[in-house]
Design a protein around this ligand. Structure first.
Ligand code: GDP
Ligand code: ZN
Length: 330
């Protein structure tokens, strides 16, 4: 770094990642392409992600801006690859809401359950957007919406959206108030980028948008970015989030099904399976209509899946130890 140059340490937010290089918005609105300070990358290998609040050493010569500190995150969106448990990757930080985009006409209950766990694990508010509603006929739409409401429970919002229904987009927008950041997750092709574009409307600036249409209705992801939307909120599209398979997440299940977990504490038996035991507060709640049977089914399924996953990874660990190849990275 050339000496004698004036240097200021200023706060900013990472609004875009372009092949690992953060674009930071400073408080005065200036956008700076930054490198990571060597000290950050060397020691604990800290890398700033979308949404990170950072301190930047901004030289007058803006080409040499460096992130020198990543401030503590309020929450994180972490992608975990169940096949390789050591490899987890933080994709975004400091958001208020996770919007799960799931197609209304092609419900995949098992996948939705996992998306709920993943979303709730972050501690953010969770909203389910049932997309491409125009592709479902009326009967199916009603049935599927009710099913999803049953599964996600009364304390999470469910919005039925369609790109040609402006009201539905506004309803979704109302969950992203001024100054708040929403992360959009969901399988590829469910309509996430269409939602981002609709939410952003005319506010999409040249630096933010993320997709270019090839005229055939297909889109290409260029970057991951925080996109400002009308009304003062922000949206982050999480294209291609894989790793939606099994992983151990007691905390995520507890968070996604906090009502069931709470009821379970009142069961007569501590190890109640909530299936056929007497004095089961969970079954009682289903009987009185306080708990949707589909929600209980999802909870029980996830608990079982989680248990199977735990046993599988413990077994893998035992084999590694026995063969003298203890897991190195962790
Ligand atoms: P992403 O991969 O989740 O970002 O999905 P896209 O936004 O790229 O959408 C995938 C495809 O679904 C595209 O061909 C869109 O034109 C189409 N699509 C998106 N939203 C809607 C909708 O509300 N209705 C219908 N019929 N098609 C939609
Ligand atoms: Zn019980």
């Amino acid at each position: 770094m050339p000496s004698g140059q004036r240097q200021a340490r200023v706060p900013g937010v990472v609004v875009q990642l372009d092949r690992g290089l953060p674009l930071v918005r400073l408080e005065d609105g200036r956008l700076l392409r930054c490198k990571h300070a060597t000290a950050l990358i060397k020691g604990e290998k800290i890398r700033a992600v979308i949404g990170d609040h950072v301190m930047v050493d901004a030289l007058e010569d803006a080409d040499n801006a460096q992130i020198c500190e990543v401030l503590a995150r309020t929450n994180e969106f972490v992608r975990r690859d169940p096949a390789e448990r050591s490899a987890s990757q933080t994709l975004a930080a400091n958001f208020d809401t996770v919007i799960i985009a799931h197609p209304l006409a092609e419900l995949n209950v098992r996948r939705l359950e996992r998306e709920l766990v993943l979303a709730h694990e972050t501690g953010a508010t969770v909203v389910v957007a049932l997309t491409k509603a125009d592709l479902a006929d009326e009967g199916m739409a009603r049935e599927n919406e009710e099913l999803v409401r049953g599964i996600v429970g009364p304390s999470n919002a469910v919005e039925v959206v369609s790109e040609n229904d402006a009201c539905s987009i506004e309803a979704l927008r109302s969950h992203i108030p001024e100054g708040s950041v929403a992360v959009l997750i969901g399988r590829s092709g469910v309509g996430k980028s269409s939602l981002v574009n609709l939410l952003a409307g005319a506010n999409v600036a040249a630096t933010t948008p993320v997709r270019a249409s090839d005229g055939k209705g297909r889109h290409t992801t260029v970057n991951r970015a925080i996109v400002p939307i009308g009304g003062g909120g922000f949206v982050v599209d999480m294209p291609g989030v894989r790793g939606m398979g099994l992983w151990e997440s007691d905390a995520g299940i507890e968070a996604a099904f906090s009502d069931v977990a709470e009821l379970a504490q009142q069961c007569r038996f501590r190890d109640c399976t909530h299936t056929n035991e007497p004095g089961c507060a969970v079954q009682d709640a289903v009987a009185t209509g306080a708990l949707h049977p589909r929600r209980l089914a999802s909870y029980l399924h996830l608990v079982e899946e989680n248990q199977a996953q735990r046993e599988a990874s413990e077994e893998a660990q035992r084999i590694r130890t026995r063969t003298g190849h203890p897991r190195r990275r962790g």
